[in-house]
Design a protein around this ligand. Structure first.
Ligand SMILES: NC(=O)c1ccc[n+]([C@@H]2O[C@H](COP(=O)([O-])OP(=O)(O)OC[C@H]3O[C@@H](n4cnc5c(N)ncnc54)[C@H](O)[C@@H]3O)[C@@H](O)[C@H]2O)c1
Length: 335
């Protein structure tokens, strides 16, 4: 799927920096910036991202890649020269591993965001966009959950790290005159995805196409968003937002449970009669410690402003399964 040129794009972005721009979501942001003639710098340590995601741009004069870690303040300072807009996307995005290694979320997400903000406040950057997560809500009583819901009680180190980053960004916006946009994302899926439930199922089915292990009780029910909708939403918000700091839920109006996703993935692979085996999981059906069983963001705020996703959760799952399946196949054949 290509981004449509007719979609909203801000006129005064200036040179943009995308941290984590070689990763799944980040590389789609880079595509859209380049497509619209914006000068883009990407800072990525390639720990999870790949230059293959950016190969279309390697000869583009508007594209500049910096292979550095966010914890390298000198490189950050240098890279931020002349930058007006920062898309802060680099992070450790894994919720699952937080239980065993909480220091990863702390260092990769909280500390690195602090290092970045420290350099931003000494630079000419005007706007920061941040990819936060639905996990900041923990297990809210109100579903669908609006941005105004509180108190926020994350149940995973990852969710806690995202909430801490939001707080840091808010404080820097209000103290140093920066403008901020925080996006609390549902599960984002689609082409170039390198983790998550669909990616996981496809990999497992390639090893054993008769049986599929499903973490938890399979009834965990969440909303999904196609990466193209996610990225369009970022640029839409940049065209309308004038406040110091805005928080947006970015998700979908329907939910899908894990068993339904397993069945859709089997269908993508043309597999029939696969035995879906639930592990039971922890704490009455969670896939892992810190897994939120029911996640559904209220997106009325964005809808009132004029944005809504083009694809539902179910449509996104179907399309993303096919996209990731095709990409995995190309990799296998390529090897
Ligand atoms: N994918 C989702 O469903 C989802 C949902 C909610 C929020 N998010 C957030 O969106 C962002 C992007 O997620 P993604 O799924 O594209 O993940 P990803 O792993 O594909 O992208 C992260 C990128 O950041 C880079 N990176 C990581 N640590 C770095 C460091 N210290 N210095 C420089 N680069 C570094 C990685 O190499 C990778 O290219 C993350 O902040 C994640 O927490 C993702």
């Amino acid at each position: 799927m290509k981004h449509s040129k007719k979609e909203a794009f801000p006129s005064q972005l200036g040179i943009s920096l995308v941290t984590g721009g070689a990763g799944f979501i980040g590389s789609h942001v880079v595509d859209k910036l380049i497509e619209n003639g914006t000068k883009v710098k990407v800072l990525d340590n390639l720990s999870a991202g790949s230059l293959l995601n950016l190969s279309d741009h390697k000869n583009n004069k508007n594209f500049h890649f910096v292979k550095k870690d966010l914890n390298d303040s000198e490189s950050l300072k240098e890279t931020l020269k002349d930058v007006k807009t920062v898309f802060h996307i680099a992070a450790d995005p894994e919720v699952k591993t937080g239980f065993e290694n909480p220091q990863i979320s702390y260092k990769e997400n909280i500390e690195n965001t602090f290092y970045l903000l420290e350099q931003i406040r000494k630079s000419d950057v005007e706007t920061i966009l941040f990819t936060s997560s639905s996990t900041v809500y923990g297990e809210p009583d109100t579903i669908p959950t609006p941005e105004s819901y509180g108190p926020l009680i994350p149940i995973s180190p990852y969710g806690a790290s995202k909430l801490a980053c939001e707080a840091l960004i808010s404080s820097y916006c209000h103290t140093y005159g920066l403008k901020g946009q925080i996006f609390r994302l549902a599960n984002v899926i689609g082409s170039r995805s390198n983790h998550g439930v669909i990616w996981d199922f496809l990999n497992k089915l390639r090893v054993d196409n008769k049986k599929l292990e499903v973490l938890g009780n399979g009834k965990q029910s969440k909303s999904y968003l196609h990466v193209n909708d996610c990225v369009d939403c970022f640029f839409f918000c940049l065209t309308i937002n004038k406040r110091q700091l805005e928080i947006f839920n970015v998700g979908n109006e329907d939910r899908v449970d894990v068993i339904s996703i397993a069945k859709l993935v089997c269908k993508t692979m043309n597999l029939k009669d696969v035995d879906l085996v639930t592990t039971g999981g922890v704490d009455n059906g969670r896939g892992w410690i810190g897994d939120v069983k029911k996640m559904h963001l209220d997106i009325s705020k964005l809808k009132k402003l004029g944005w809504r996703p083009k694809l539902s959760s179910v449509e996104s799952v179907k399309i993303a399964s096919q996209e990731i399946f095709n990409e995995q196949l190309v990799k296998i054949i390529g090897n």
